[in-house]
Design a protein around this ligand. Structure first.
Ligand code: ZN
Length: 309
C-alpha cells in the first residue's frame, strides 16, 4: 500500500512532463509515430445524402474508387446530428464520426472495434485511435500540431465564414478555410467551383501531410433544381460523381478518404420533408473509408480515362 502513493505521484509527474513536452512538434512526432503522421486525410461530406440514394444512383466513378481501394463500399451508419452543424461538430471537435456499433459491422464504422480519431477529453485523456492526436482544442487542431496542413472548403451556408454564427470553422478549426456563395447549394456548378479552388491550393505538390475537409452542397435542397424527390437527389449525386475524377486529379497521390453524408433527408416519409428533426431517413447515412492511391485509381479507370464496367 505504501508503494502505491509514490507510484501515483510518479504517474502525475510524468503526465505533467508529457503535457509540457507535447508543446514541441518533435516530441509529438516521436510519440505518435512518424509513419502515421505522414498519411494525408481527406474528409468529404456529401450534404443531406440519403443511404438509399447513394446505393441506387448511377455513380460509376465512386464505384471504381471503391474497387481501386478494395473498399467495402457504402456502409449504413448512424449520424450524430439531424443537420449540418451538430454532425460536423461531432466529427471535427470530438472525432466521433457516424457509426454503427452492432457486432456484425466492421471497423472503423463500428467505433467499439476501432476509432479513427479521438479527442483527449477532460474525463478521458487516453487516445487509442488509428490516428492519435495530441491534446488540442479539437482534432483538426490536433492534426495541425502534428505538422499537417489543415484546410477546409465549405459548401452549404453553415460554412459561411463571413457570418459570425458560422465563422467557427475558420477561427477555431482549420488553418485555411474557404467558402464562397458559389460553393453553396444555390449554385448549380458548386462542386466544379470547389474543385477549381482546390486546384489553386496545389495539394498535389504539398510536402506536408494534408487534412482536407470538403462539404459538397449539390445534394442539399434544392438538389441543383432536379426536383424535391429521391430522383432529384440521385441526379445531383450523379453530377458530383461525374466530376469526381477532376477532384482526384488535384489531391495528393495517396490519402485516406472518408466519404460520407452528414445527415439524410425526408422526401414525404410520414408526412415529413427536409431535415433538422428525427427520422430514420435522416439518421441513417452512407459512409465509405477509401485508401486512395493514384496509380491504382488510374489503372481502374483504364487507359482511355474511362471507367471499366
Ligand atoms: Zn448538412
Amino acid at each position: 500500500m505504501k508503494l502505491y502513493v509514490p507510484f501515483a505521484q510518479r504517474v502525475r509527474l510524468l503526465s505533467r512532463l508529457d503535457l509540457f513536452l507535447e508543446r514541441f512538434p518533435g516530441y509529438i512526432r516521436a510519440k505518435y509515430g512518424t509513419d502515421l503522421s505522414r498519411e494525408s486525410i481527406v474528409v468529404v461530406t456529401i450534404d443531406s445524402l440519403r443511404f438509399d440514394v447513394a446505393q441506387q444512383a448511377e455513380t460509376p466513378h465512386i464505384r471504381a474508387l471503391f474497387r481501386a481501394s478494395a473498399s467495402d463500399g457504402w456502409i449504413k451508419v448512424g449520424s450524430h446530428g439531424t443537420y449540418t452543424l451538430p454532425s460536423h461538430i461531432s466529427m471535427f471537435h470530438a472525432g466521433i464520426f457516424p457509426c454503427d456499433n452492432r457486432p456484425d459491422v466492421p471497423p472503423p464504422y463500428n467505433r467499439e472495434k476501432e476509432k479513427l480519431f479521438k479527442a483527449q477529453l477532460a474525463w478521458e485523456r487516453t487516445t487509442g485511435a488509428r490516428f492519435p492526436t495530441p491534446a488540442a482544442p479539437n482534432i483538426v487542431r490536433g492534426f495541425e500540431r502534428m505538422g499537417y496542413r489543415t484546410l477546409g472548403v465549405g459548401g452549404v451556408h453553415w460554412f459561411n465564414d463571413r457570418f459570425i454564427t458560422s465563422d467557427l470553422w475558420k477561427t477555431q478549426y482549420f488553418r485555411e478555410f474557404h467558402w464562397k456563395e458559389d460553393f453553396s447549394e444555390n449554385c448549380s456548378i458548386a462542386f466544379e467551383n470547389q474543385i477549381g479552388l482546390i486546384r489553386k491550393l496545389r495539394l498535389d505538390q504539398e510536402k506536408r501531410p494534408v487534412f482536407l475537409f470538403l462539404n459538397v452542397s449539390s445534394t442539399h435542397t434544392p438538389y441543383m433544381g432536379f426536383g424535391r424527390s429521391l430522383d432529384g437527389q440521385k441526379k445531383a449525386l450523379e453530377y458530383v460523381d461525374s466530376h469526381l475524377p477532376e477532384l482526384l486529379d488535384v489531391l495528393p497521390d495517396r490519402f485516406l478518404m472518408l466519404l460520407l453524408s452528414d445527415h439524410g433527408e425526408c422526401f414525404g416519409e410520414d408526412g415529413l420533408w427536409g431535415h433538422s428533426f428525427y427520422h430514420p431517413s435522416i439518421m441513417e447515412v452512407p459512409f465509405a473509408c477509401i485508401a486512395y492511391q493514384r496509380d491504382r485509381w488510374l489503372s481502374e479507370r483504364g487507359q482511355g480515362g474511362q471507367v471499366r464496367v
